[in-house]
Design a protein around this ligand. Sequence first.
Ligand SMILES: Cc1cc2nc3c(=O)[nH]c(=O)nc-3n(C[C@H](O)[C@H](O)[C@H](O)COP(=O)(O)OP(=O)(O)OC[C@H]3O[C@@H](n4cnc5c(N)ncnc54)[C@H](O)[C@@H]3O)c2cc1C
Length: 490
Amino acid sequence: MADIHGFLKHERSLPSKRKVEERINDFKEIYVPVDDKFTNDQAARCMDCGVPFCHNGCPLGNIIPDFNDAVHRDNYQEAYQILASTNNFPEFTGRICPAPCEASCVLGINSDPVTIEHIEKQIIEEAFLQGWVTPNPPTTRTDKTVAVVGSGPAGMAAAVQLNKAGHTVTLFERNDKIGGLLRYGIPDFKLEKEIIDRRMHVMKAEGIIFKTNTNIGVDIKSTDLLSDFDAVVLTGGSTVPRNLPIKGRELKGVHYAMEFLEQKNRQVDGQSAFNHEVITATGKHVVVIGGGDTGADCVGTSNREKASSITQIELLTKPPASRDESTPWPLWPMQLRTSTSHEEGCEREWSILSKEFVGDADGNLTGLKLIDIEWRLNTESIKTELVELEDTERIIPCDLALLAVGFLHPQHEGIVEQLKLELDNRGNVKTSKYKTSAEKVFAAGDMRRGQSLVVWAITEGREAAIEVDKYLTDRPTSILESKDSSKLMV
Ligand SMILES: Cc1cc2nc3c(=O)[nH]c(=O)nc-3n(C[C@H](O)[C@H](O)[C@H](O)COP(=O)(O)OP(=O)(O)OC[C@H]3O[C@@H](n4cnc5c(N)ncnc54)[C@H](O)[C@@H]3O)c2cc1C
């Protein structure tokens, strides 16, 4: 336990952020570094709660009170050992996780929860700084080979774990660089890309083979992959975006959010050659359709491109400012979330239905016709229905519309169709204990569970690795789930 009186002595406090006027001129990380005392005091707030619900709130089952205690005692090396025993990539989750652990922190019942995400980031950054994160290749190799297809957090986690178990792992990625949405979805102001590269160097030194610019199903036939490897893990993500097929969708200036974000990520990386039109928010009236994380990333990026105005609209009702009684502690709270991108400036509107994209004679987008709506309970059908409110239809100026209304499912053409994989009713790859309907083929991450979170992708990659290892070794348990596995994982 950290400090029995810690939560009485210290208020919850997060590192300060760079001033908005400064940070919107670059894509660098937003938070200002803090000293150890700051973090150690925050860790001291972790109390002896008896049943730490944070373990359960975190899909990875991070052993949070133990690493908080070590940080409070200023023993970052011990904290790192504890953290790395359950989480392969705290440098990602410590930056961009929505932190379900904090939502279920016992202190959060009647006070502010412990700043677990910040503490996690400090532990891993100290570990890299001190040189504790060193390559740890397996001492013996099995004769088994595994292909992991897709290098997002799920594929990276599966690769690390299977390599630790001694199998020879090749990680295939169709993009030029690894990382999945961490690389070409999430902007640098949330996650600078050197953070991915730093981890990739460790993984390479541990013996994982990376094959980028390799689209499985196109460059290598899926059937060849099956004959060349003893097991295949599919971690291709949920890449098919949901469309908004209203009138005017074809106008110049209407784009999927990912078209915009991928291009911006490449530009920040210094790349300039694109195989489609360069999209820019500079000087434009930008409307972001969709109120989630992807939409917020479009807002932050548009501010950095100096858009004339930015409006983010959402079909659903505005959530309450604090935890709603429908999601009591320790559940993930339904409440309004204001990201650092929102702080940088944008209009946010809720209960808005987009009716039509409006354009000029040359086919350029000039406006968005929208209408206010209300969600009303139909007492006969007991269903909530969308009702358009009279006299609220209007056209707002818009010369760049970014569709951030979610993703449907993984791409079906290519590997999924070639291997005739069974799908669930949402179009994701159907599995039983991560095993797909095809022999020796497993799936994990967004490709299996649908659009989700980085922490879930890492969890799924780790859990799938256990199932793959059991399959390859023909044993009922895997070395990756044994009590001693923590030694393997650091
Ligand atoms: C804009 C945006 C912002 C987000 N922000 C957050 C956030 O702040 N916090 C959070 O927790 N989550 C966030 N998410 C969600 C999170 O990024 C995903 O849940 C997570 O990346 C899923 O990991 P994955 O490994 O399953 O798939 P992905 O990250 O999608 O990676 C899949 C990879 O597989 C590759 N691939 C696909 N098919 C093939 C093939 N046939 N051959 C070779 N390679 C292939 C793709 O190119 C891609 O690199 C965000 C998502 C988006 C879109």
